[in-house]
Design a protein around this ligand. Structure first.
Ligand SMILES: Nc1ncnc2c1ncn2[C@@H]1O[C@H](COP(=O)(O)OP(=O)(O)OP(=O)(O)O)[C@@H](O)[C@H]1O
Length: 340
């Protein structure tokens, strides 16, 4: 059977007859006849994406600064490994230990109801002089941190974080994806934080948009050739955001290439910024309530319905969003209500 990896080199020519045979054999073997799917761990998002992220897909995750792109990306990765898959996080933004602190608090919050250690508390504990204590000893006083540590240790060999830098090129990303797939025997969900930081050869000669085209094409090719989903955080174009508009796909830096190459585009917005003004005027408490919510707009969805607006409750003190989100009921606008 031709696999996604079989697209390497000259591509793959298939007759319908061989496709039917292969599909039949896969089903008879008890396996799945479709491409591999990684659940995002957010049920309402999975429903919209008809199951989750698929092998061969490039998924863009856009939004303004600080509205939770890294947080939800890290949660996708955590959810993938918690459900038995493998994941690989290329971090051009944060060091691995910063992500580890977020993971401990996120995991505690996922597992244990009630008050658990915040990211800040985990960081403080890890940054203080240990006096020779073990990691377990240091985390024991923090509510929920120890079970979180055990859970992370359980799936630790399937979650890989790469501290990326200017030498982490597309070719290097590909090499590392292959290495992880070989080590774990499972193709990983790949997260790139963030796309505009992926160094592109001769990028200094190219205009920004050209560099983005190369990066987006490269990541899409990687997704197809390695048979993995690639979720890439994409920075907004500051100039267009300054205009006080709701962020859209065309506000991403290098937007035309990104829109063309991607299969799915998710845009994160603060709900309070984009809800219609009447919801704020007639109920003054709404502004406070809405500021706790993030809207994830599915702007492009190659295999399903686009334009879907989902909302998730923020819990940034524990480095996460609540996974049980819903469709937004209120009317949203194109222009932002509040301008930063
Ligand atoms: N320990 C913490 N406690 C509370 N809030 C935090 C903590 N750490 C980060 N935050 C907040 O969580 C929000 C989401 O952070 P995140 O890194 O996911 O944003 P982002 O969209 O990736 O940002 P950027 O574009 O700057 O990379 C930010 O507004 C940040 O200020």
């Amino acid at each position: 059977m031709t696999t996604q990896a079989g697209r390497l080199g000259g591509g793959a020519l298939r007759s319908l007859a061989s496709l039917l045979d292969d599909t039949d054999s896969a089903l008879r073997r008890g396996g799945s006849a479709g491409v591999s799917v990684w659940s995002s761990g957010f049920p309402v998002l999975d429903d919209t994406l008809t199951g989750g992220f698929r092998a061969g897909e490039l998924v863009l995750l856009g939004g303004s600064q600080g509205n939770g792109k890294t947080t939800i990306g890290l949660q996708f990765v955590r959810n993938a490994v918690a459900s038995g898959r493998t994941a690989l996080f290329f971090s051009y933004e944060h060091e691995a230990h910063t992500l580890f602190e977020r993971l401990v608090s996120m995991e505690a919050s996922e597992r244990i109801p009630g008050e658990v250690a915040t990211v800040h508390e985990v960081r403080r504990a890890l940054e203080s002089e240990s006096g020779g204590l073990t990691l377990e000893d240091v985390l024991t006083p923090l509510p929920g941190a120890l079970p979180a540590l055990f859970a992370l240790a359980d799936f630790g060999d399937r979650l890989h974080i790469h501290e990326s830098n200017a030498s982490t090129t597309l070719a290097e990303i590909r090499r590392i994806v292959d290495e992880v797939a070989q080590q774990t025997g499972d193709a990983p969900l790949v997260l790139v934080d963030y796309l505009q930081k992926v160094p592109v050869r001769d990028a200094h000669d190219a205009r920004d948009g050209d560099a983005m085209t190369v990066a987006a094409e490269g990541l899409k090719e990687l997704a197809l050739q390695a048979g993995v989903p690639v979720v890439a955080v994409a920075a907004a174009d500051k100039a267009s955001l300054g205009a006080g508009r709701r962020m859209r796909i065309h506000d991403l830096r290098g937007s035309s290439a990104l829109a063309y190459e991607s299969d799915i585009v998710l845009i994160l917005s603060e709900k309070v910024d984009i809800v219609a003004r009447d919801h704020l005027i007639y109920d003054l408490g709404n502004a406070q309530r809405f500021s706790d919510w993030c809207v994830v707009t599915v702007e492009k969805n190659r295999h399903g319905r686009a334009g879907v607006e989902l909302e998730f409750h923020k819990d940034f003190t524990h480095g996460r969003f609540h996974t049980d989100g819903q469709q937004v009921k209120e009317r949203l606008i194109d222009e932002r209500v509040f301008v930063n």
